[in-house]
Design a protein around this ligand. Structure first.
Ligand SMILES: [Zn+2]
Length: 172
């Protein structure tokens, strides 16, 4: 496992002086530390996770955005059990994104498994640039993804203002 903190620290839920100073200097956050400990804990009973790479975990108002290697995300998406196991360890919703991906891929990952049809830059009144994402299908009260949270996460993690529209109009 590759984590923001040492494997030993993660397994024992403690921080060595080196990792401690990374937290103090802001190089890594408490959310990175907590997520590392969670992954190490799950890895004790699930050896697939043993090969995972966690780049970071960002927390925004009870949302946990986990940046993982592409392959790790595929493994989690293929296993409902593993997803649940992971989700159960966090106090809020987890969002799986690939490390170093483009804004487009980032937004697509947040909406997974719903398809994002297009992502374009648009100019809003007042000369402000916005990013418009068009989502496949139609919004219903049962739509599983909280679009307002997505807007918030994209603003925080990417510094992008996005507007979400559904293919099949109506409201968002
Ligand atoms: Zn350490």
């Amino acid at each position: 496992m590759k984590l923001p903190i040492c494997g030993f620290d993660a397994k024992n839920a403690i921080l060595c002086p080196q990792c401690e100073s990374k937290v103090e200097s802001g190089e890594i956050t408490q959310a990175d530390v907590d997520a590392s400990i969670v992954l190490a804990k799950i890895a004790k009973s699930n050896n697939e996770i043993e090969n995972f790479t966690l780049y970071s975990c960002k927390e925004f108002q009870g949302n946990f955005v986990l940046s993982l290697a592409k392959n790790d995300i595929m493994i989690i998406r293929q296993s409902r059990t593993l997803y649940r196991l992971l989700q159960d360890q966090f106090k809020g919703k987890i969002w799986l994104v690939e490390a170093d991906e483009t804004d487009k891929r980032f937004i697509e990952d947040l909406f997974f498994p719903t398809k994002v049809l297009s992502i374009n830059s648009v100019w809003a009144p007042g000369g402000v640039q916005k990013t418009k994402a068009v989502i496949s299908g139609k919004w219903t009260p049962r739509f599983p993804i909280d679009t307002e949270k997505v807007v918030e996460i994209v603003r925080n993690a990417r510094n992008l203002d996005i507007e979400i529209e559904f293919e099949d109009k109506g409201r968002k």
